[in-house]
Design a protein around this ligand. Structure first.
Ligand code: ATP
Length: 569
């Protein structure tokens, strides 16, 4: 296909605002794309490379401005391009405002050339040439590569008409913005080649390659689409979570899957004992070289080809996780990885298994995927077989008991992680979807300021710290208990709280400590329930420590009346 034809069709899409019409245009474009279908399917979304491929053109806007300026003629420079950009606000408009002339005139002179499938014998720029040139440009590296990139880009602009230049500039700078999203491409493939949308969707989720899926849909129909499988080394989009509550999760699923929500950064591990180990970030960027610990873990722990989903966490010397920003810094580290590794050592924890034993597991229920994960991670004879001791395994609890969930949450917080994830035990793995099958805890809408009226001494290495604080609210001149918060915060914070509360200890019995009302904690919670457990008649479900209200005394803490009002909400 000539690039001019592509640009005309894209201009028609650009001018359209109705979704159905956009899909119809894309459908027709796909039907007419011939051998260039895979490229067209990417370009129309503004993608130069498949979604799974983290190759980038690695050019800044200035490289593009310079190429445009050179193609536009001797009296234009990059500053001129930038000035026009300031006026017009959009690079496509700027590129289209120049008269490149170039080969366009020559093409017209020689009668054009090229056919609609792209095997051009003449001088008209084709979609394939743009694709090949951009691939060459992306591959240029080393000394002089920036000049080479400008030359290659200049070569393309030099052969563009203004409407071609408009969309070439937008493509190169990842600013296509013609309203063609993933959904539109999926629907257009289904309509153009008469295949069901859900089969296209599955194939897209598995391959992350719109070009490949479009071609297979056309050439091999549904059986071909169903044959598309996960490939080791090609990342899959991460399944995501919605906000939700424990109460809703139990009501909807009978039993909820509960896992720790680790405070780290998402990774996807592709391991092949006979081949490569590759690690990808949540955005499908390759981070293998930055995370040698994960590669070593795979070599030590795994026996078979697998794709695992998990989190890397950084644990400090005291055993608490470092903030996830520290972990993220590791992802970006290209040089001195050994030094970075000393400063912030990371380790992986896996919570899902997408492929094992030559089998794709996306459509298998979570519980079975988790069993597979467990067996994959415990495969080595020297590995402890007790799940709680298996290296790199995130545990999954199945329960309908809110108290058990609360205990898991408290443990996770205590260990310095973020709390819990709730998962539908029956659910498939849906790449890229933020569905209802994975839930993270809702952020606190309201918090309560409670007086700390009791505490417990910790155990083991926390024996000298107070923890598990009893919370009370005011009722006239009295204080009534509403719950306990196991702070789940760092040892440093516990130390600080212990120092703060120690002078107010009124009585002690075993580990239990009674405190004079003096300190006020701000506490978040999921909901307030009527409960005989506490003297107020109410209990905070899933209380979380937010902070100390240093600015408030006990007489300014929240009241039972407020608790009653909030409970009705
Ligand atoms: P979002 O993904 O919602 O844009 P985010 O990246 O901050 O935001 P959250 O939504 O808060 O993440 O939580 C989902 C993330 O939690 C996952 O992407 C993963 O990195 C992390 N996580 C930690 N533990 C787990 C677990 N057991 N199961 C799934 N995800 C987990």
């Amino acid at each position: 296909m000539e690039f001019a034809t592509f640009a005309d069709r894209v201009a028609a899409i650009d001018a359209e605002s109705a979704d159905l019409e956009i899909v119809a245009h894309v459908r027709d474009l796909f039907a007419d794309a011939g051998d260039d279908l895979p490229v067209v399917a990417r370009f129309v979304q503004g993608r130069v490379f498949p979604a799974w491929d983290s190759t980038t053109l690695d050019i800044g806007p200035n490289t593009c401005y310079e190429a445009i300026a050179r193609a536009a003629g001797t009296n234009v420079d990059a500053d001129d391009v930038e000035e026009r950009l300031a006026e017009r606000g959009e690079i496509g408009d700027v590129a289209a405002s120049y008269d490149f002339g170039g080969q366009q005139g020559l093409g017209a002179f020689t009668g054009g050339g090229g056919d609609s499938t792209g095997s051009s014998g003449g001088d008209d720029l084709t979609v394939r040439e743009v694709d090949e040139t951009l691939a060459e440009l992306a591959a240029a590296e080393g000394a002089g590569s920036q000049d080479r990139k400008v030359d290659l880009l200049f070569g393309l602009f030099n052969r563009c008409s203004s409407s071609e230049a408009r969309y070439l500039a937008r493509l190169v700078l990842s600013e296509m913005r013609i309203g063609v999203g993933e959904g539109a491409v999926r629907d257009a493939i289904a309509e153009a080649f008469d295949v069901p949308e859900d089969r296209v969707e599955r194939a897209l989720q598995v391959s992350n390659d719109y070009g490949q899926v479009a071609r297979v849909a056309r050439d091999a129909g549904v059986p071909g689409l169903d044959d598309i499988e996960l490939e080791l080394g090609r990342p899959v989009q991460a399944m995501l979570a919605q906000a939700g509550t424990v109460t809703d999760a139990i009501a909807e699923w009978d039993e909820a899957g509960v896992e720790w929500k680790y405070d780290g950064a998402r990774i996807q591990l592709h391991y092949d004992p006979g081949g490569e180990t590759r690690v990808f970030s949540r955005n499908m960027e390759e981070v293998t070289d930055a995370l040698p610990e994960v590669v070593e873990f795979a070599a030590e722990a795994l026996d078979e080809p697998v794709i695992l989903d998990g989190e890397v966490v950084a644990i400090d010397e005291g055993g608490s996780p470092l903030p996830f920003q520290e972990v993220l810094k590791r992802f970006r580290r290209k040089h001195d990885v050994a030094k970075a590794r000393e400063d912030v050592p990371v380790r992986p924890v896996f919570f899902d298994c997408l492929h094992a034993g030559g089998e794709d597991l996306l459509e298998v229920p979570l519980t079975s995927r988790h069993e597979r994960l467990e067996s994959v991670l415990a495969a080595r004879p020297d590995q402890n077989q007790d799940p709680a001791e298996v290296d790199g395994l995130s545990l999954l609890w199945l329960t309908d008991d809110p108290d058990e969930i609360e205990a898991v949450d408290a443990d996770a917080l205590e260990a310095g992680h973020e709390g819990i994830m709730l998962k539908n035990p029956e659910s498939a793995y849906s790449p890229g979807r933020r569905g209802k099958n994975w839930r993270k805890r809702k952020p606190d809408v309201e918090t309560l300021d409670c007086v700390v009226t009791g505490a417990e001494w910790g155990e083991g290495r926390r024996a000298t710290y107070l923890g598990t604080f009893e919370l009370s609210v005011r009722n006239g001149d009295d204080l009534e208990t509403v719950g306990k918060v196991a702070t789940g915060i760092t040892d440093e914070k516990l130390e600080e709280l212990t120092e703060l509360l120690d002078p107010h200890i009124a009585a002690e019995e075993g580990q239990d400590v009674e405190l004079e009302p003096a300190v006020v904690f701000e506490v978040g919670y999921e909901e307030i329930q009527a409960s005989p457990t506490y003297s107020s008649g109410y209990a905070l479900r899933f209380p979380r420590f937010v902070g100390v209200r240093y600015d408030k005394g006990p007489e300014e803490a929240d009241t039972l009346e407020r608790v009653e009002t909030l409970q009705g909400k």
